[in-house]
Design a protein around this ligand. Structure first.
Ligand SMILES: Cc1ncc(COP(=O)(O)O)c(C=O)c1O
Length: 455
């Protein structure tokens, strides 16, 4: 039997039952059947190293024993509760553990299941707290795809089909990567937050490092100054730490690198140790903009505070502490950055290697990143492209990665970059590779590269 056959069969079956927009099936992707730590196995029995942490979720690795143990125990007792009416007891335990880690003396949270849920909660909270519905977001931002969050997500690919349903009170400003750009953006923010019309601005939402835009790091001090400017004018700073938070960048929150304490923080991805769990967290004085529940909460959902997810979240928080994952992310990340900077020095197709902790990106010229991702996959390393044109190879591996695994993965990556650089130098009349469709790149851009003959 061909090694690809199980994947092709699953792809064929999926195409008959799932909306065609969802999973890109040509060629058939690896269908995951098992994962542990940084290793994944697919339906054909092939093994991979996962340097994506599955969208950054598996920061504590796939199936961390402390997470699995808590899930099992909870599943043996209570699988579903009534989150805001008869709450599962474990919700209290999880919220106590989470809020104790946050930078405010008295933190309050609203739980959700997805990152978008947390962003929706933060945007609503900011409006209640300031009375001002306007929002400033950044070009390149990704805050989720539900309608409220989508209004603050910048990429056209996601917005265009629904643009008439998106709130019009969101202003986009450039995301700076140099100090000069930072100064210009701060002036623009000042101007927009100061305007009373047409819709006054109550919040600025920012990813401390833009993830899906291609691991874009703002200049040092920018976030701190942004916080000052925003607060001077009575607005709130929302840090979307869904990707960067819970240790990924080598500090609990990426805002910590700049000494910034945001007014609201959105968490997700890693928080549930692999289970769907997110939170909008803030100091009591901001979160208390919500009225006390009268028995009919004005912001809740059926699965809020899901007991198995909360139990998994407790397992994740325990793993974070017991395995010293934050310090591990800082150490492994700087080893990786150092290694890549040396190994890739002088390579023409590499524009920049950057990032913090275990959130790294290698930006390539031309179509190099897409080729690199595909080449790496063929050699057992899972990567994702990021950036507006899918031009960045994004690395967000689990922090439980061993040094041997790190070394092995980086060796595959460097070889893949070299191979894609050689392919880049082929004569222009030879086929151009098509970036994988699950890239977070803009599809309209990706379609320009499409040449099915190369797949
Ligand atoms: C910074 C950021 N915010 C929000 C989201 C949306 O999270 P979700 O896909 O869980 O709704 C993402 C997802 O990638 C993200 O990276």
């Amino acid at each position: 039997m061909s090694p690809d056959r199980p994947g092709r069969e699953l792809a064929e079956r999926l195409s008959r039952v799932e909306s065609r927009n969802v999973t890109f099936l040509e060629p058939a992707p690896p269908f995951w059947t098992e994962a542990s730590g940084a290793r994944v196995r697919d339906a054909a029995g092939r093994e991979y190293l996962d340097f994506t942490g599955a969208f950054g979720v598996a920061f504590a690795g796939h199936r961390h024993p402390m997470v699995v143990e808590r899930i099992r125990a909870q599943a043996g007792r209570l699988v579903h509760g009534m989150g805001d009416i008869h709450p599962p007891a474990v919700k209290v335990e999880f919220l106590e553990a989470l809020t104790a880690l946050m930078p405010w003396p008295e933190a309050r949270a609203i739980l959700g299941l997805s990152g978008s849920d947390a962003v929706e909660a933060a945007l609503k909270t900011a409006q209640l707290a300031t009375g001002r519905p306007g929002v400033i977001a950044f070009e390149g931002s990704y805050h989720g795809l539900t309608l409220g969050a989508l209004a603050t997500t910048h990429r056209e690919h996601f917005r265009a089909p629904f643009v008439r349903r998106l709130a019009e009170h969101v202003h986009f400003v450039p995301f700076p990567v140099t100090p000069e750009q930072g100064d210009a953006v701060l002036d623009r923010v000042d101007e927009l937050v100061g305007q009373a019309t047409p819709v006054p601005v109550g919040a600025v939402i920012v990813e401390p490092i833009q993830g899906r835009a291609g691991v874009r790091v703002p200049p040092s001090g920018f976030l701190a100054e942004l916080a000052v400017r925003v607060r001077e004018r009575g607005a709130l700073l929302i840090a979307d730490e869904i990707f960067t938070g819970m240790g990924r960048t080598g500090t609990l929150l990426a805002s910590d690198h700049d000494g910034v304490v945001p007014d609201l923080v959105c968490l997700g991805k890693a928080l549930g140790g692999g289970m769907p769990l997110s939170a909008c967290v803030g100091p009591a004085q901001v979160m208390d903009a919500w009225p006390p529940s009268s028995g009919e909460a004005i912001h809740t959902s059926t699965f809020l505070g899901h007991p198995v997810c909360c139990a998994a979240g407790l397992g994740f928080l325990k793993a974070l502490q017991c395995d010293d994952l934050i310090a591990r992310a800082a150490r492994l990340g700087s080893l990786a950055l150092d290694h890549l900077s040396k190994a890739l020095a002088g390579r023409e197709q590499v524009v920049q290697t950057r990032g913090r902790g275990l959130m790294l990106g290698v930006e390539s010229s031309g179509h190099g990143a897409a080729r690199t991702v595909r080449h790496a996959l063929e050699h057992g390393l899972i990567l994702l492209p990021a950036g507006g044109h899918g031009q960045v190879v994004e690395l967000t591996p689990p922090a439980t990665l061993t040094e041997d695994e790190l070394e092995a993965g980086l060796a595959i990556l460097v070889t893949a970059i070299e191979a894609s650089g050689n392919a880049e130098q082929r004569p222009a009349n030879q086929a151009v590779d098509k970036p994988p469709r699950h890239s977070s790149g803009d599809a309209s851009e990706l379609d320009r590269f499409a040449d099915p003959s190369t797949l």
